[in-house]
Design a protein around this ligand. Structure first.
Ligand code: ATP
Length: 242
């Protein structure tokens, strides 16, 4: 078995910005800068995760448990304070709607921009361009600046570009929720196709029925820690408090 994703005891703290009064800063200074002036929030605490090539994994947990933060570390858009993250093969992610898209460019230009960011050559994008537009069902809007797109249209184009990069590791955050039902079904079918082709999949979702259908394994996060890691039906049962 080949390891596709290896996360080793990662920690992540965020600085919670809170404006301080001049008096508070003054007291802090004359007390010799003791203690932290800004509060910190520990979003991930010693998280370990090993995903084998071809596994389909759901990251589950209540709001604020650290799922998206962990996915961002796997995709490489966030760097841990300590610990390591390693991935093998091409990683494509749908982490935030519109991330990697430039608002003032047309859909067409963004396909080239986003495709290049995800590691495709210009030639590969030329070859796959029509297929990308067809899958997204963007039609005549492909030459419209994306700032005029609805969030569903953003998602369609971003999803289409991402799957056309032929990723070995595919990361999807909750964003499928903004697509309409027919498009969601199409995305889910595509995700299932990637999974049956042996691609590695990590999905963040609150839709427990959906993840039960597309994932084999569930990792349950709670306050930034892994509480459970095992078969999806057991993870889903724990989420449902059964
Ligand atoms: N850039 C940031 N700065 C400060 N705090 C952050 C930042 N990103 C995330 N957090 C905090 O880290 C915690 C975990 O956030 P994260 O988005 O990973 O949770 P989640 O499990 O995906 O939640 P949800 O189910 O609501 O999407 C939250 O309390 C959030 O407020």
């Amino acid at each position: 078995m080949t390891i596709a994703i290896e996360v080793k005891s990662i920690d992540k703290q965020f600085v919670l910005r809170r404006s301080r009064s001049i008096k508070e800063v003054f007291v802090w200074l004359i007390k010799g800068r003791k203690g932290e002036l800004s509060e910190k929030f520990h979003a991930l605490k010693g998280v370990d995760l090993e995903v084998q090539q071809g596994e389909t994994v759901a990251l589950l947990g209540f709001n604020g448990s650290g799922k998206s933060t962990l996915l961002k570390h796997i995709s490489g858009v966030m760097i841990p304070d300590s610990g390591t993250v390693r991935t093998r093969g091409r990683v494509a992610g749908l982490i935030e709607v519109g991330a990697g898209f430039h608002h003032d460019l047309s859909g067409r230009d963004n396909v080239y921009l986003n495709g290049a960011i995800l590691g495709m050559t210009e030639e590969q994008i030329n070859e796959r361009f029509q297929s990308i537009v067809d899958f997204a069902e963007i039609g005549q809007f492909i030459d419209t600046e994306v700032k005029f797109y609805s969030s569903g249209m953003y998602l369609r184009l971003a999803f289409s570009v991402a799957v056309h990069t032929d990723p070995e590791v595919f990361l999807v955050d909750e964003i499928l929720a903004v697509g309409d039902e027919p498009f969601q079904k199409k995305c889910i079918a595509k995700i299932q196709e990637l999974a049956s082709d042996g691609k590695t999949l990590v999905v963040v979702s609150h839709d427990l029925d959906l993840v039960s259908r597309i994932c084999d394994r569930g990792v349950l996060l709670d306050h930034g820690e892994v509480r459970f890691d095992g078969p999806i039906h057991e993870a889903v049962a724990k989420m449902r408090g059964q």
